[in-house]
Design a protein around this ligand. Structure first.
Ligand SMILES: CSC[C@H]1O[C@H](OP(=O)(O)O)[C@H](O)[C@@H]1O
Length: 349
């Protein structure tokens, strides 16, 4: 399925990425044919968002194999390069899962790996469309037929996936049904994925929205201006605890205090059953300069220290609904991904 906004694609020779650090001012692409380039692109968030990182990981193995052929790497050098891609960012389980999805095919060569990676890309887009349908159905079943006022945090749109989006995929589906009154998009300090990327996507969709400071979210929610919050995820633990962009926990707490739904939209590729709970999810700590400077200009005194976690963890008891491509589970009511996965396996037998 060809996505309308394709943040990641294979050109035949290289991995083509939308350079998300330049949006919304400039829509430019970066063609990556070198492992060092890809690791840099992942670390600098040229490509970002858990599902997008998964596909970048899978296609990144093709990049490594093609480079290994060009530069006559031995297997040890090749495997070390693949490991560097896999470990480029720690929190989104999708990156490792994407590499692991194609890793068994490495000895069959780049073409076999590419076929599997492109199948993975297509699965992600299809899954996101299903997430949109399941999320829209869950919300409309609980809110009647009035248009909804939604709140998002960070960017979980087409740009964060192989296409369509997860949290914004639900917004797109609701918008297609004329069920969105407005969206409050948290700007999402420090890298502004909300004001730069979510706002850009909402403009493309024609959805009315406000950009707001992250610190305004609780007041907007408790002020009665929001019917539901919907966010993405970078890793969902087996018990339903969810890691997402820093500031998400505050949104979830405000939703609980206001008695409105807090929804997480994520494909099963973001669920990590090997991680039992949120305490075991590795949280990426990013550079102090992202906090202490603005566009390279210091904003804090020279001696300032920074605490810059890229993510926080929302406990399952605050997650009203986890929207996946196979349906909706309700962790706050005790339904865990581990239980759901076990039942899916039983049904599959
Ligand atoms: C659809 S998952 C998007 C998820 O990833 C973002 O993190 P980053 O921009 O640092 O890659 C953020 O947590 C989003 O919710």
């Amino acid at each position: 399925m060809t996505p309308d906004i394709a943040p990641i694609a294979w050109t035949g020779d290289s991995l083509r990425l939308i350079d998300q650090t330049l949006l919304p001012a400039r829509l430019e692409y970066r063609d990556v044919a070198d492992v060092d380039d890809l690791v840099d692109a992942i670390k600098r968030l040229v490509v970002r968002g858990a599902p997008a990182l998964g596909v970048a990981g899978a296609l990144g193995v093709v990049v490594a194999l093609r480079q290994a052929d060009r530069e006559s790497w031995d297997a040890t050098t090749r495997d070390a390069a693949i490991a560097r891609i896999r470990e480029a960012r720690p929190t989104a389980v999708n990156l490792a899962a994407g590499v692991d999805r194609v890793r068994p095919l490495v000895d069959e060569g780049a073409d076999a790996v590419l076929a599997e990676a492109l199948a993975f890309l297509d699965e992600d887009v299809r899954g996101n469309r299903a997430i949109g349908r399941h999320g829209a159905a869950w919300l409309t079943a609980r809110t009647g037929d009035r248009p909804l006022r939604l709140l998002t945090h960070c960017n979980a749109g087409a740009l964060a996936t192989a296409g369509w989006g997860t949290a914004l995929g639900v917004v797109r589906e609701l918008h297609a049904r004329d069920r969105v009154e407005t969206v409050y998009a948290d700007e999402t300090r420090p890298l502004l994925q909300g004001s730069r990327l979510t706002a850009w996507e909402l403009e493309q969709m024609g959805v009315p929205y406000y950009v707001q400071p992250d610190g305004a979210a609780a007041g907007t929610i408790l002020g009665g201006h929001v019917d539901a919050a919907i966010v993405g995820a970078d890793r969902v633990a087996a018990n339903g605890d969810t890691a997402n962009k820093v500031g998400t926990l505050a949104v979830a707490l405000a939703c609980a205090a206001a008695g409105i739904p807090f929804l997480v939209a994520a494909p099963w590729s973001t669920v990590d059953l090997a991680t039992p709970d949120g305490a075991r999810i590795p949280i990426e700590q990013r550079a102090p300069a992202e906090i202490l400077a603005n566009g390279g200009t210091p904003v804090a005194p020279p001696g300032a220290r920074a605490h810059n976690p890229a993510f926080d963890v929302t406990p399952a008891r605050l997650v009203t609904a986890l929207i996946t491509e196979t349906g909706v589970l309700e962790p706050a009511r005790g339904r865990t991904p581990a239980e759901e996965a076990a039942e899916k396996r039983e049904r599959g037998r």
